[in-house]
Design a protein around this ligand. Structure first.
Ligand SMILES: NC(=O)C1=CN([C@@H]2O[C@H](COP(=O)(O)OP(=O)(O)OC[C@H]3O[C@@H](n4cnc5c(N)ncnc54)[C@H](O)[C@@H]3O)[C@@H](O)[C@H]2O)C=CC1
Ligand SMILES: O=P(O)(O)OC[C@H]1O[C@](O)(CO)[C@@H](O)[C@@H]1O
Length: 385
């Protein structure tokens, strides 16, 4: 069995590649990073280290790679695959779509069997977004053919994998915890189960609980930590006042999730505590620059900040703590991050109100933007004093 995985980065090697290899797949990575591709091809294996006291090292063998810029090679790999997964970043899905489309055309022409394509990105409806990009490159008849043999189950993936600073470009250190939930409701019957994957018939509660707790909490620690001059999440999480603010955010998102999906409030409190413990992991160094990266994506309407804040308002609650994190996101000034640079330019040119309206796509008078603007002004006053 062959799995084609797009993105040989931190999650690709440290999570998805590891689980697929353990499940008996030969894993073919597609990546545009030549160093990674060459090393995977030459060595055919890499090591994953678990970031706990034992520092267990796991050898992942039987892997190889193709050059993701070579459209013909990508199409061939898609044509031969038994499973396709991605961990490239949700904004990159459109760039891998042409190769997937050419491969799907070849599968249909050859009468190949059914194929699941699972986007393992931090986003709601990641695989549905991938499908829309791929279908944009197919004609009407091929789309009908693809409907019969391709399924794009959405997924929620959870494992903290910081940016790696190892001499070996393939070595990757990951937290021991992981969770991979996949929407089985759209999968073909009798699919091959992957050990470690949790198949569910309704993914929404899982992805919203994960995105609006792990990712909201992590982004909050990053943006609030950045305001205080911290460089790592571990530094930020050693600041009790800051942890109190992150908890206030997670109380707001927790109320939303518990009410919307009927989770047990006590169990959800326990989930929050576990996650705060994961952020503190002393065996990892996770940079605020990584966790806060792409602030425009993180301020978009369905993402980890605005998404739960809008739901809180719908439920009649004012999400002040979330609004403060939205305001703090505007202060995330990392010139090497293209989205941060764009946000800073917009802030300088248009001001906070218009910038928030542009990137959240909400009307300027929307109650959430008024709350975030109030928080932004309070932050500005605090920083001046
Ligand atoms: N790092 C983490 O802790 C977690 C990350 N995620 C999600 O996983 C995804 C990947 O994140 P990371 O692994 O951290 O990022 P990463 O930057 O380490 O890996 C992304 C990889 O995609 C490759 N890539 C870029 N364009 C490509 C293309 N056109 N074709 C093939 N490969 C391409 C890059 O070269 C890179 O190796 C993101 O959506 C992220 O939100 C989800 C859960 C945890
Ligand atoms: O990859 P993104 O969406 O930019 O955000 C980084 C996120 O990845 C994670 O490491 C795992 O989901 C989170 O802890 C963090 O919030």
């Amino acid at each position: 069995m062959k799995a084609l995985h797009f993105g040989a980065g931190n999650i690709g090697r440290g999570f998805i590649g590891l689980l697929l290899s353990r499940a008996g797949y030969e894993v073919v990575f597609s990546d545009v990073n030549k160093t990674l591709v060459d090393a995977l091809r030459e060595r055919g294996e890499y090591t994953v280290t678990l970031a706990d006291d034992k520092q267990e090292r796991i050898r992942v063998a039987g892997v190889t790679a193709i050059d993701g810029t070579d459209l013909a090679a990508v199409a061939s790999a898609v044509a031969e695959a038994d499973l396709v997964t991605t961990a490239v970043g949700v904004n990159i899905l459109k760039h891998i779509a042409p190769g997937l489309a050419r491969g799907i055309e070849r599968r249909i022409a050859a009468g190949a069997g059914p194929l699941h394509l699972i986007a393992c990105e931090n986003a709601i409806g990641g695989s549905a977004q991938l499908k829309a990009h791929v279908y944009g490159h197919l004609d009407e008849e091929t789309r009908r053919g693809a409907d019969a043999v391709c399924a794009f189950p959405n997924a929620a993936v959870d494992r903290i994998v910081p940016i790696q600073h190892n001499e070996d470009p393939l070595a990757v250190t990951v937290e021991p915890f992981y969770e991979w939930a996949v929407d089985a409701s759209v999968m073909f019957p009798d699919f091959k189960r992957i050990e470690g994957v949790h198949y569910v018939n309704d993914l929404t509660p899982y992805i919203e609980r994960k995105l609006f707790t792990v990712n909201t909490g992590h982004a909050s620690a990053a943006y609030l930590g950045n305001l205080k001059g911290y460089e790592t999440i571990q530094q930020a999480m050693a600041d009790d006042a800051l942890v109190g603010e992150v908890r206030a955010v997670l109380d707001e998102t927790g109320a939303v999730i518990v009410r919307k999906h009927g989770f047990d409030p006590e169990a959800h409190r326990h989930y929050i505590d576990t996650i705060l413990g994961r952020f503190r992991n002393p065996n990892l160094t996770d940079e605020i620059a990584r966790v806060g990266r792409s602030p425009i994506r993180k301020l978009s309407p369905n993402d980890r900040l605005v998404g739960p804040a809008l739901l809180a308002l719908e439920q009649g609650n004012e999400p002040d703590a979330l609004a403060k994190v939205m305001a703090a996101a505007l202060r995330f000034d990392y010139p090497d991050d293209p989205e941060s640079a764009e946000l800073q330019r917009s802030l300088a040119d248009r001001g906070a109100g218009a910038t928030l309206a542009k990137y959240t796509t909400l009307p300027p008078e929307h109650p959430l933007l008024l709350l975030a603007l109030k928080q932004f002004e309070a932050l500005a006053a605090e920083l001046q004093s």
